[in-house]
Design a protein around this ligand. Structure first.
Ligand code: ADP
Ligand code: MG
Length: 698
């Protein structure tokens, strides 16, 4: 059987070197396989013929049958176009071409009946169709059913490459022996139990289905296949790396926990917090290593939960650590935890890249003697010279900045790997969590502490800026503090910094009686800390910042978050930023400023923010709108989402189904050694060898 991945597209009949170059540069199609998997983005129904008289304002692509009556060349230069009048007895419609004027005029004859396919648009009291597909009408031919429409680029259009051209090439391809004999990739047992079309039939139907139903079954088969191999790959990796690792076995909750719970904790835990603590306690009693993802919305109280879990480790005579992605965040955790730990007599230290050598030596000694019980820090924690006497629990905050391999380095800090608790900054959609953090069990805090007032969120255009300033003055007079955040996007960092500086200057002018602090990622850590400190201690009233304040920062008196150029942020990021306010007793506000009138899509996207404060809903919506590849964290985590048909946002049930099926196969054949297993293994290699390997993510 010939491998379609090795057959160069230029050797497909009808392609040749010139077209091959175009296909490669424009559509990334290099081989027979690439073209076979270049699916139409939609299908059009060519089984109905409309009457011109019935055309109305909001029709999709339609088909009409009639004759060309006149051809006229109009306009000059770039506006030169060919206009034709086309009639079917019920009425006439204008047809327009902006290129290839001459060749088109020569190719269609009056008097001959044609089928025209296109989208009618209203123009000056009449309808016209621009660049329709045209076929000679042949009554003897059966009516065509569903026809694929392929995405093309401008350059392809200008080279007379149409969706139809691709269709023809695909038809040629489908008729080759290589495709006819394509190897089935899924085991017969699965095809049977899940009623999946054979691969070959599904591929044919993806391009040229006989009916909508057949198209749906083909899509299901292809989606299933994509997700199944994705899950099989993840689960196999997890099996190899994590399964059956022995862990520390805790035997008691211990006195630190009880002391804290009864004497220090100033509020009642929410039901969700209690449940999650119980889940972790259960894990840590089994003698197996815990690997758990803790999800909860901003402000749901993950930190307390993490701290109490650490107290359990301490109560069993062990040490614990927290790793945070930034120095600011590590510092904040340190302050919070130190305050909670001090009354218990628990020792806590902070270790970051800027910790002095002398202090570092003291910390190292304390860790090795076991005297130091909790270490909080940044990446500095995973350096090799940091050695614990008895590390039994590692908490990783704001997971998406760390990869699987970094977690693995923490395990190596002692012979028995510590229990690992990963906390996310904002909720991640379930299907994505299952895929990206597939190696972790999941606990969810789905309840906010009582008495929280939801942040009131509004959208404001640039021309309402002065109203926004008035509102800010109002809040400042009441003693509140305010964040003003600017986007900072890598590629245009200089420009953005300029925006930030200009914004800062304006704020200083407008709020001359108040002190304004500023932080951004390009600052020296010491300067950044100083500016943050000014704001945290209420010496500064307004903080102008980039997204460096996104994670973790906690200033309860701040009640207003103004986000500039809000349209440039993703929803999850906006939600995370908004989570900086609403932490105190006062009603808080979030103002999404946008520079220009927005297009409908962007507007709808931002409206989600004004409609809900639920981080899980927002995360789902964010993924629906931008696709999983753009969700923060998935790129850094290095997992290539090469899904062509399946969608993690909308195919959640199928994600679960394929995961179960992949798990069942691995249970029966853990090393994929059976004949069927070996075929699956070979397919995994074909699919994933070129992309990033799970085992190498760092
Ligand atoms: P997260 O890290 O999940 O965003 P935090 O742990 O920072 O949230 O908690 C936010 C604030 O809520 C903190 O000031 C914390 O002390 C407080 N808090 C946590 N749990 C409760 C609770 N059950 N009742 C009242 N306040 C709580
Ligand atoms: Mg937090």
């Amino acid at each position: 059987m010939s491998d379609l991945r090795k057959l160069d597209i230029q050797y497909l009949k009808g392609v040749g070197p010139k077209r091959a170059e175009l296909l490669a540069s424009e559509l990334d199609i290099h081989t027979f396989h690439d073209l076979l998997y270049y699916f139409p983005f939609r299908h059009i129904d060519r089984s109905t013929i409309y009457r011109i008289a019935d055309i109305n304002g909001d029709m999709p692509y339609i088909q009409i049958k009639g004759r060309f009556i006149t051809f006229t060349v109009a306009g000059e230069g770039a506006k030169r176009r060919l206009q034709a009048l086309f009639g079917d007895g019920s009425g006439t419609i204008e047809v327009v071409w902006f290129n290839r004027v001459k060749s088109i005029q020569q190719s269609y004859r009056s008097g001959v009946e044609y089928l025209l396919f296109g989208k009618p648009t209203a123009f000056q009291n009449h309808y016209s169709i621009i660049h329709p597909e045209v076929d000679e009408y042949k009554p003897s031919q059966p009516q065509m059913g569903l026809q694929g429409v392929y995405n093309l680029t401008e350059r392809l259009h200008s080279r007379a490459f149409s969706s139809r051209t691709i269709s023809k090439l695909v038809n040629t391809l489908l008729a080759t022996d290589a495709v006819k004999n394509i190897a089935e990739t899924l085991p017969a047992s699965l095809r049977e139990s899940r009623r999946l079309m054979p691969l070959h039939d599904a591929l044919v139907a993806m391009h040229a289905p006989k009916s909508i139903d057949e198209l749906h079954r083909a899509q299901f088969r292809i989606k299933y296949e994509e997700l199944f191999f994705l899950q099989l790959n993840i689960l196999r990796y997890i099996k190899g790396e994590h399964d059956k690792l022995d862990g520390y076995k805790f035997t008691q909750v211990g006195s630190y926990f009880h002391d804290f719970y009864h004497n220090v904790l100033g509020f009642e835990l929410t039901g969700a917090q209690k449940r999650v603590i119980r889940e972790m306690w259960t894990d840590m009693c089994t003698g197996r290593q815990m690997n758990r993802l803790l999800q909860g919305d901003v402000g749901s109280g993950k930190t307390i939960v993490a701290f109490m879990t650490m107290l359990i480790a301490l109560g069993n005579g062990y040490q614990a650590c927290i790793m945070a992605p930034t120095e600011i965040l590590a510092g904040q955790h340190y302050e919070t935890i130190k305050a909670l730990a001090e009354p218990l007599g628990v020792t806590v230290a902070l270790l970051t890249g800027s910790t002095r050598k002398r202090q570092r030596d003291v910390i190292h000694a304390g860790l090795q003697s076991g005297e130091l019980q909790i270490l909080i820090g940044t990446h500095a924690l995973i350096e090799d010279n940091v050695k614990f006497a008895r590390l039994a629990l590692a908490v990783i905050d704001e997971q998406h900045r760390f990869g699987v391999a970094q977690r693995a380095r923490l395990w190596k800090k002692s012979d028995t790997p510590p229990h690992v608790l990963v906390m996310t900054a904002t909720p991640i959609p379930r299907t994505l969590a299952m895929t990206v953090y597939g190696d972790l069990d999941v606990s969810i805090i789905d309840e906010l502490p009582p008495g929280r007032k939801p942040v009131h969120t509004v959208m404001r255009y640039e021309d309402h800026r002065y109203d926004v300033y008035r509102f800010m003055h109002d809040q400042l007079r009441k003693g509140r503090q305010i964040y003003v955040v600017y986007p900072l996007i890598e590629e245009s960092e200089k420009l953005d910094l300029h925006d930030l500086q200009a914004g800062y200057d304006t704020i200083c002018e407008q709020f001359a009686n108040y002190r304004v602090a500023m932080v951004h990622g390009r600052m020296k850590p010491a300067e950044k800390d100083h500016q943050m400190e000014l704001f945290a201690t209420h010496q500064a009233h307004i903080l102008v910042a980039t997204t460096v304040i996104e994670v973790g920062v906690n200033v309860p008196n701040a009640s207003v978050m103004v986000i500039e150029n809000a349209e440039r942020f993703g929803l999850s990021q906006l939600h995370q930023l908004r989570g900086r306010v609403g932490r105190g007793a006062d009603q808080s506000y979030c103002v999404l400023m946008t520079k220009f009138k927005l297009n409908a899509d962007t507007r709808r996207r931002l409206e989600v923010m004004t409609e809900t404060n639920d981080g899980f809903l927002i995360a789902e919506e964010d993924m629906r709108q931008r696709g999983p590849g753009d969700i923060e964290g998935t790129q850094q985590s290095g997992i290539a989402f090469n899904l062509k048909v399946a969608n993690l946002a909308t195919d959640g049930q199928l994600v679960q189904l394929t995961r179960d099926d992949a798990q069942a196969i691995l249970n029966a054949d853990p090393l994929l050694e059976s004949p069927q297993g070996r075929r699956l293994d070979a397919q995994l290699h074909r699919l994933f060898d070129k992309t990033v390997n799970w085992a190498q993510i760092s």
